[in-house]
Design a protein around this ligand. Structure first.
Ligand SMILES: [Zn+2]
Ligand SMILES: [Zn+2]
Length: 201
């Protein structure tokens, strides 16, 4: 489902082989109300075949597989000459970085006026621009929807975290983000202010 070596999720493509797409190729994410355990998300993604498709993904695959914890890949440990689990190794690396105060993904919550940690399932909309991505994020703490302007790496690479991002000083309503064209139109009429994205207090 997720390949931590290429940072891509795999989905079925009706026009060809499996589509491997990064998180920044997602356009809409929505939690399905019916499936609570495990939670299931419906995503609209831009496929390499040039079309948009709908895919379903579990909460674990969406949020935690990018940290490598679910991979079945192994690597040759040159010290022991054994094949070791890559998942164990990557989980250790992720855990030590989180303990050190780094978080795989973050955003700026404009209602609270501060940076907050998040996971991919907090993303509601991802709209590609010319050199950056406008992301609508539902805050895991206060539930307000904020729009940030970030780099592709900020979206795709866990622990990247842009130092400075664009922020719209306006709380969006989640139900107003149903159509990407409307979201894009709204982005044209707002101003982005620069903010430091610093999780440390
Ligand atoms: Zn396709
Ligand atoms: Zn918040």
């Amino acid at each position: 489902m997720y390949d931590p070596l290429t940072s891509t999720y795999s989905f079925a493509c009706p026009k060809g082989p499996v589509a491997n797409v990064p998180l920044s190729a997602f356009r809409f994410l929505e939690r399905l109300p019916a499936a609570a355990h495990p939670a299931l998300y419906r995503v609209l993604f831009e496929c390499r075949c040039g079309r948009e498709h709908v895919g379903l993904i579990s909460h674990d695959d969406l949020d935690w597989a990018p940290l490598g914890t679910a991979t079945s890949l192994t690597f040759r440990n040159v010290l022991t000459a054994h094949d070791d689990s890559l998942a164990t190794e990557l989980a250790d690396v992720a855990a030590s970085r989180i303990r050190a105060g780094e978080w795989p993904w973050s955003f700026y919550c404009c209602l609270e006026g501060r940076a907050r940690p998040m996971t991919p399932s907090a993303l509601a909309v991802i709209a590609p621009g010319e050199s950056s991505f406008a992301v609508a994020v539902q805050c895991p703490v206060c539930s307000a929807v904020s729009v940030n302007l970030v780099s592709r790496q900020h979206v795709d690479l866990p622990f990247w975290n842009d130092r400075r991002i664009g922020v719209v000083e306006h709380v969006f309503r989640r139900d107003a983000l149903r159509a990407i064209d409307e979201f894009r139109a709204e982005l044209h009429s707002v101003r982005f202010d620069e903010r430091r994205l610093d999780l440390q207090p």
